[in-house]
Write a protein that binds this ligand. Sequence first.
Ligand code: FMN
Length: 168
Amino acid sequence: MPERDALDAPDGRATDVGTTRFNGPMRITPVYYYSSASGLVRTFAERLGRPVYNLAEREHRRSEVDGPWVLLTPSYKTGNDRNDTIPEAVRRFLRSAHNRRELVAVMGSGNRNFGRHYQMAAREIARRSGRPMLFEFELAGTPWDVEECQHLLAELDEALAARHAGVA
Ligand SMILES: Cc1cc2nc3c(=O)[nH]c(=O)nc-3n(C[C@H](O)[C@H](O)[C@H](O)COP(=O)(O)O)c2cc1C
C-alpha cells in the first residue's frame, strides 16, 4: 500500500472517465511555477486549489518530481541579443531529464504589451518539449481565468488517471 501524500485526493474517491469507472485516490497533478518578486504568477497559482511549488525557492528548483506535472511560467524578455525570455529557475528545473520526461503540459503568464514576445517562454518550452500549451493568461489572471484553468487541470487529472489505469 503506497503511502498517501499531499498530492492524493481524499481516500476512496471514485473517478469517472467516460464510461469507465475505477476506484482509488486520484492523483492531483502538481503545478511548478516561477514567480518573480512582483508575485503575479504566485497569486494565480495559489488560487488553483492544488499543490503548487515555486521554483524561485531553491528547495523546489533543485527537486525532482514524483510523477506528471505542469509548468507555469511567465516570460521575461532580457533585452540581450538573443532576447531570452525563459526564467533561469525554470531552465534549472528542466535540466533534470526526469523532470523533462514527466512534464505533461505548459501554461504561461504574460503581457500583450510585449507584442511578438507575448508568452514566448511558455510557448518555446511547449514547442521544444512537444507538450501542449494548456492555458495562457495575462499578469495575475482574472477570476474567469482561474476558474477556467481549474477546470482544465481537473480534466487533465482525469485523463492521466485513465492513462494510468490503462483505459486511455
Ligand atoms: C522586465 C519584464 C519583461 C517582460 N517580458 C515579457 C515578455 O517578453 N513576454 C510577455 O508575454 N510578458 C513579459 N513580461 C510580463 C510578465 O511575464 C508578466 O507580468 C508576469 O505575470 C509576471 O509574473 P511574476 O510577477 O510572477 O514574475 C515582462 C515583464 C517584465 C517586468
